[in-house]
Write a protein that binds this ligand. Sequence first.
Ligand code: PEP
Ligand code: MG
Length: 366
Amino acid sequence: EPMLDDAFATLLSWADEVRDIGVRANCDTPSEAQTAARFGAEGIGLCRTEHMFFEPDRLAVMREMIFAEDPQDRARALARLLPVQRADFTELFAIMAGRPVCIRLLDPPLHEFLPSDADGIAAMAAALHIAPDAARRRAAALAEANPMLGMRGVRLGIAIPEIYDMQARAIFEAAAAQGDVVPEVMIPLVSARREVDLVAARIAAVARSVRDEMGVPLEYRLGVMVETPRAALRADEIAEAASFLSFGTNDLTQMTYGLSRDDAGRFLSSYVAQGVFADDPFLRLDMDGVGELLRIGAERGRRARPDVTLSICGEHGGDPDSIDFSRAAGFDYVSCSPFRVPVARLAAAHLAIRDRGGSLTAPPER
Ligand code: PEP
Ligand code: MG
């Protein structure tokens, strides 16, 4: 298991004393969370929950639930998923031992959760006790031409609200049992304030039920992922409904360029070779275009809600250039892969010292 060398750990503790921006980690699994904790992450900045459902047994239940049209079939399927989700979160909270854990509600490209072939569709017909013809019609109705721009993120959460109800319940039950954690619940792929209000109201209702049932106080924070250009532009009204905004630069880059994250590799190298793009914008933050949206979003969010927590959680969140940018734009923390946490801690300290004119003791000039 990955450990830090003692001397390096000491150096990093000095780095933590001078740096002025937080470093969290993106962790979906207990083993990633363990690495993040050992590498000194201050918490989990992004826990993607879709991966929790790819294991075959869970995927089958998830498929059944999304495929079902009858709300009772959905409720039955979700009831089977609640205890496993609760166990997922219980484990993460225990590993992070009181540090903040930000859990993102489900954000799947729908096609990854749907049966794609005749056998899969027949299996759904059998599981839901519906005619094969009806199952084929349902599969056709759910198929999308552009799943990455389709019923993803909060759109799925609003179309099938029982999914987020189940996840919120699992988060709150795990947190209430643990006692020392204030869970952060994050809504993905938002583009309108009204989406946040709809989800927030249901989540508040779940929190009330869990408090009543368990008879314990339960606090939580609700936040929004800013990863569509519209969300960045409307960050002021969105921040009024969210206590934190986490900027997802992967999708924000995809949508700002109109360039598919999954297909960009086919021509990016020729674009970079010919100087159209200075770099692969998915690997290095594009300071001009995507960066402008980040600055606008951060500024509007702060203006509407001065105490809103701002963070960046895309693939290059731990990159020294991204950290430099994030400090200048007033972000509170970056969240990156657990393995990049030590370098991010060092880079953040290096930048703070640079801004003090190289001195470790002079007051910062930020
Ligand atoms: C993002 O879009 O930047 C993000 C962090 O979410 P995901 O990569 O899961 O879409
Ligand atoms: Mg995203």
